[in-house]
Write a protein that binds this ligand. Structure first.
Ligand SMILES: C=CC1=C(C)c2cc3[nH]c(cc4nc(cc5[nH]c(cc1n2)c(C)c5CCC(=O)O)C(CCC(=O)O)=C4C)c(C)c3C=C
Ligand SMILES: [Fe+2]
Length: 453
């Protein structure tokens, strides 16, 4: 598999935290210059080897369902909380972090309603957020925790002190409302930015839908991600109010060097995702931003859905049916047409009786690019839980976050999935929003500065 570090080796326009062409943005950096990765990895490997030797690896896996090899083989699972991603771009049109960035373990997503109708208030907020995010991604505070005057209010709430950058990225999005009549910015609206229409099977809660601004903070320490969003929300007081938020964990997508994680239904999620430079250029980055929206070149669109899972019903379903729902095996994530996880599914392969091995109403048969005019989207979701619902049942699901150069691509897929997907019996889309995500700013500038010129 190609690693992210091997991608875009010579294209400075695409140099980001993952792109080695630019040494400043070559990779996540160590704030201390000392990596614990090797030590942690070696420690885990030793622990795994010990377990394997004691009980017999295959025997343990069969008897308990626990894979004692996991710690030894998942090299990507060792964490280095001193790693940081730079916030500023070194050339025009480089993307913000949190899109192509190797998915971190935790994510806090929040949307805001603007409570002002003055464009300069929005401009000031974006400038203040940009400066603050640069600090936060470097593992610093956004201001004093202990003000000089004993009775002063701290600018930073302090709960991330000593935690390190933890690979934090904060991604800022602008919703359709930014371009309505309030701010005089209608002629700068990106070509494809519009509220997502009602789609089949939608069960949206108004309070979990929409927003004028979005923050997606992802980090390997949940407290670092939470602190970032909390202090940025604090900074927005008087200009924007919180609309809805979701705390995500256990990434439901994989970066190039990562093993595929599992969603709360127990299936590997993120196997067939957008990975190559060519796919990112074709399906994710905005190249044709539309009249007046040159400020969006190199950006993307973010579609977020809060999807509740009916886990009690799912857990009572037989595994063979669960596999039919997704079109893949549960343990290996292999397509039901055969092979292993990364084998290309054969949607025509049939049993002797003529029925296709991958059910035509399975999730992958309906979502695959082969069935959707070649369209792909980058999925970068997280699991979430809100505890228990009013009936004492598990309240949990998927914070589905996807990036694409035209939200119509999401709509196309969801129109089909919402109408026919076997998964619909077990899930309910309760939240939804769409945002334009501008490229990262250069140092001395801020997110979407060009929008206000
Ligand atoms: C509209 C887009 C999609 C929504 C909404 C969505 C919800 C959703 N997905 C899973 C679990 C899996 N999805 C998988 C594959 C997959 N899903 C989408 C799109 C949406 N999913 C696409 C485009 C694909 C790839 C299809 C392909 O090309 O084969 C899989 C299989 C493994 C993988 O490739 O990632 C799983 C598992 C859940 C649980 C869910 C809503 C709760
Ligand atoms: Fe899916």
């Amino acid at each position: 598999m190609t690693t992210e570090h091997e991608q875009h080796p010579a294209d400075p326009d695409r140099a980001t935290a993952q792109h080695p062409a630019d040494p400043d943005r070559a990779t996540a950096q160590h704030s201390s210059g000392f990596s614990r990765r090797g030590l942690l990895g070696a420690g885990l490997a030793a622990a795994g080897a010990g377990v394997g030797a004691a009980v017999g690896i295959a025997g343990a896996a069969a008897a308990t369902g626990v894979n004692p090899l996991a710690a030894a083989t998942n090299g990507d699972e060792s964490l280095d909380l001193s790693q940081q991603h730079p916030f500023y771009a070194t050339a025009a049109g480089q993307p913000q972090g949190g899109i192509r960035t190797v998915p971190q373990r935790h994510c806090v997503f929040m949307t805001f309603d603007l409570s002002t109708s003055v464009a300069t208030d929005l401009q000031v907020l974006l400038a203040r957020w940009s400066a603050a995010i640069a600090q936060l991604q470097a593992g610093k505070t956004v201001g004093s925790v202990e003000p000089a005057h004993g009775n002063g209010v701290g600018a930073d709430t302090g709960e991330a002190l000593d935690l390190g950058p933890a690979s934090l990225t904060v991604t800022v999005g602008l919703g359709p409302g930014v371009f309505d009549e309030r701010f005089g910015l209608a002629d700068k609206r990106p070509a494809h930015l519009a509220a997502i229409p009602t789609l089949p099977s939608d069960n949206l809660d108004e309070q979990l839908t929409g927003g004028d601004l979005s923050l997606q903070a992802c980090a390997d320490d949940p407290q670092v991600a939470y602190h970032a969003v909390r202090d940025l929300a604090r900074m927005a007081r008087g200009t924007a109010t919180v609309r809805w938020t979701v705390l995500g964990f256990g990434r439901a997508s994989a970066g190039p060097s990562q093993s595929t994680p599992r969603n709360l239904m127990g299936f590997k999620d993120g196997t067939r995702n957008v990975t190559t430079d060519d796919e990112f250029d074709r399906f994710v980055w905005v190249d044709q931003p539309g009249d007046g929206a040159a400020w969006m070149r190199g950006g993307t669109y973010q579609v977020v859905r809060k999807i509740r899972m009916n886990l009690e019903t799912w857990d009572a379903d037989v595994v063979s049916d669960q596999q039919r729902v997704f079109g893949r095996t549960k343990i290996d994530g292999a397509p039901l047409s055969g092979g292993s996880e990364h084998t290309t599914p054969d949607f025509h392969a049939a049993h002797g009786d003529g029925t296709t091995k991958i059910d035509a109403r399975s999730h992958i048969a309906l979502a695959a690019h082969e069935a959707n005019g070649g369209v792909k989207i980058l999925r970068r979701g997280y699991n979430y839980t809100d505890g228990l619902n009013q009936y004492g049942q598990l309240d949990a699901g998927l914070l589905f976050a996807a990036y694409m150069n035209d939200p119509e691509h999401f709509e196309r897929l969801q129109r089909k999935l919402g109408a026919s997907d076997r998964l619909n019996e077990y899930v309910s889309h309760i939240g939804s929003a769409v945002f334009a995500v501008p490229p990262a700013p250069r140092k001395g500038s801020y997110i979407a500065e060009q929008l206000f010129r």
